[in-house]
Design a protein around this ligand. Structure first.
Ligand code: PLP
Length: 376
């Protein structure tokens, strides 16, 4: 895939070479079952605990507050359902702009009559109104979980975590943030920002697919999500995915170490693409908050035209991977629920470009040339 230009890093990222090397080493050397008490088991267990320390240090959590899961989706399911079952949550406040793993879980929660769900309105930039959230929290006498994503995976709008955390603390609500898109890119410190639950997924920061983690604050303890053995401190039975866990921790350690350098590079690409689009095309619009944003992502709306309608496919034919909204599990292009919420009747065609440290400005130049060819 050397001749391909990959600009869909919000969907997933390529594995970093350091991760591949480390995971291969572990695959070769660590075949022990981490639950076994002999040497092979003990060393495998140590490897997992080292990985846990890396995750805990990243967000300034303690070791006992980090649990490995199979993905961001599982982490989010675990939190929403666990908060109702174990913490007496009767009401969840969220938005219609969350990832489907939140929205569909909330739908199930409502249809099973487990809790009430309130969706906050969002504006055209995908922002919530913090005053409305405060009013809701003030008025409610129900035990509440606020579940709001940190960085929107389709339009990039960033939530003010600090502000929501403060409101939740003032009104004794639990706070969960889906941080799948922001972990490893934007610093998060659970010591200074009072969050009860966070979720992460390795494949968004150059780690392997099929492994994630959840942070559960020590004051918001949940019962097991998967019953079985005593793995993950009883929270999730099943022999650990040691290769995935090591891959996740290696990728996260690398993301932390390189964060400032990578950010400068990636944000530079985002700015460069914006500038080039503005120079070369008329009537371009950008989706999402352009002041507080996930710097790895740029959601661009082109004026409606038959050529624009086929843009993602035409780019693909030209060897450029981008997304029409977000990656979807069926592989088909669907209308995005996020775009449909913020711009309900817009006939414009939106393409999401998302970058990694591996992209170059030369690739942006090629993209611009291809877009000119496609739209001419
Ligand atoms: N939450 C957000 C914001 C995401 O962007 C994604 C993946 O696209 C997920 C959750 C789900 O993560 P995973 O693919 O690990 O299940």
């Amino acid at each position: 895939m050397n001749d391909m230009i990959y600009l869909d890093n919000a969907a997933t990222t390529p594995l970093s070479p350091i991760v591949i090397e480390k995971v291969m080493d572990i695959m070769n050397e660590q075949y022990g079952n981490p639950s076994s008490i002999h040497r092979a088991g003990r060393t495998a267990k140590t490897v997992i605990e080292k990985a846990r320390r890396i995750v805990a240090n990243t967000i300034k959590a303690s070791l006992g507050e980090v649990f490995f899961t199979s993905c961001g989706t599982e982490s989010n399911n675990m939190i929403l359902r666990g908060a109702i079952r174990d913490l007496g949550v009767q009401q969840i406040i969220s938005t219609k702009l969350e990832h489907h793993c939140i929205l569909h879980t909330l739908d199930a929660i409502v249809s099973e009559e487990l809790a009430e769900v309130i969706y906050l309105n969002t504006d055209q930039l995908g922002r919530i109104d913090y005053n409305t959230l405060e009013e809701l929290l003030k008025q409610s006498n129900k035990k509440t979980l606020v579940s709001l994503m940190h960085g929107n995976n389709e339009i990039g709008t960033l939530l003010d975590l600090e502000k929501v955390a403060q409101l939740c603390e003032e009104h004794q609500a639990f706070f969960h943030s889906d941080t799948v898109q922001s972990i490893g890119f934007h610093p998060i410190d659970v010591q200074t920002t009072k969050i009860h639950f966070l979720s992460g997924s390795a494949h968004k920061f150059h780690g392997p697919k099929g492994v994630g983690f959840v942070y559960i604050n020590g004051e918001a303890k949940l019962n097991p999500f998967i019953y079985g053995g005593a793995q993950e401190r009883n929270m999730r039975g099943g022999t650990e995915n040691i290769y995935g866990i090591v891959g996740l921790a290696t990728a996260l350690a690398e993301a932390n170490k390189q964060q400032i350098k990578r950010r400068k590079h990636i944000e530079g690409l985002r700015q460069y693409l914006k500038q080039q689009l503005d120079i070369n095309f008329k009537d371009i619009e950008y989706n999402g908050d352009q002041e507080h944003y996930l710097y790895k992502l740029l959601s661009v709306s082109f004026p409606p035209s038959p050529k624009a309608d086929l843009m993602v496919m035409s780019l693909d034919i030209a060897g450029i991977c981008a997304s029409g909204g977000s990656a979807c599990s069926s592989g088909a292009e669907h209308e995005s629920h996020v775009l449909a919420t913020i711009h309900p009747d817009s006939p414009r065609k939106t393409v999401r470009f998302s970058f990694s440290y591996l992209n170059t400005s030369k690739e942006i130049d090629i993209l611009i040339e291809k877009l000119k060819e496609i739209l001419q």
